[in-house]
Design a protein around this ligand. Sequence first.
Ligand code: SF4
Ligand code: SF4
Length: 431
Amino acid sequence: MADSFVSFDRPQQADLDRCVHCGLCLNACPTYRELGVEMDSPRGRIYQMVQVANGAPVSASYQEHIELCLACRACESACPSGVQYGRLVEAARAEIENSRRRPFFGRLMRRLVFEKLLQSPRWMTTAGVMAYLYQASGFQKLFRTSGLWKLFGKLGRLEQLAPPAEPPFFFGKIGKTFRAEGERRYRVALMAGCIANVSFARLNEATVRVLQKNGCDVVVPGGQGCCGALHVHAGLRAEARKLARLNIDSVLRGDFDAVITNAAGCGSTLKEYHELLEHDPHYAKKARTFSALMKDVTEFLASIELNRDMGPLPFTVTYQDSCHLAHGQKIRVAPRALLAAVPGLTFREMPLADLCCGSAGIYNVVENEMAMAILDKKMRNVNSTSAGVVATANPGCILQLEAGVRLHGNGQRVLHVVEILDEAYRQREGR
Ligand code: SF4
Ligand code: SF4
């Protein structure tokens, strides 16, 4: 569904002009590394965007090359000319969405996922209950461990990526406040996500506990919902703007020192609400206020005086940079500094830690073959560290890496950095 800002939803000339076509980004690009094809490199994709801006049609081939991009933004980190590639590819996808009609089944699936499932706690809860029954019945374990999944081709591979259901779901905590342990130093809002309410309910609870341990009153504001990151990546910017307005209204009703997310992919979009709504006269200013308050949980914890009253964890840990934390938000030191604060923990850096794992929102579902090829390489780097724990900072990466461990790993645990801190605090208390 379009809105009155749709004319801005295409790559802007000023952004395209920044690229000097030097090619220094090519080696940072996972799809170029896999295929060696210029049109599937950042420079090649920008070249195609320029052609479309100059009047070339939004063709099926253009759509293919733009959709095979992970939107991981590694090229942004590599680019010496400051090209904002994330902004470009999101706008290019919106232009494709507004120019080309997808086949009926594709339209139906996108409608169900983006307009219904992700936006409705009721739909999400129903899906979560069904997923839980599948898990609890033992069918999932049988399917995954017997090798049966190999007989089902793509469907079998997709099953490996199915998010878990973790009842009781976190929806019940929305609208509640959790008091700081000890002296209150901060009052923060937690964005609970959409799928995370069902599939990462324990991670959300761990995030609340760690923030409480660090002197935060944690409010989970009522009226919040999906952040719209998946919509932005899919080119559905009007829908994303609608969700952004809801979240802004929900959060700005309160008085907070920071707004926190534990999902790097969501955080990137939440921090860019001011760009999403820059042309909306009613929300542009509010969006700037909101974006300025937004913090990734690792960024926030590393910026305050951390509660170091933790028990020892004899873990060997490697860290996978989430693309939207490292490249989108430029946060690399904070998660590593938090891991270094855990007593007893040994850290081993993996090669190419900031190269995408292939998750990229729903990329691993729609571009499964490429995602799995990228994951295979990632797991070789993970395995080379002999670490027993892979830490990361994004639920999507956790799902992808868990599939990686099942397919190519050595039984590693995959944990969010905050879950490791939570374990260390609980260890101290003998829980
Ligand atoms: S995006 Fe940056 S690094 Fe890549 S070709 Fe353009 S200017 Fe060079
Ligand atoms: S966002 Fe990632 S996959 Fe897309 S062009 Fe840039 S480096 Fe390549």
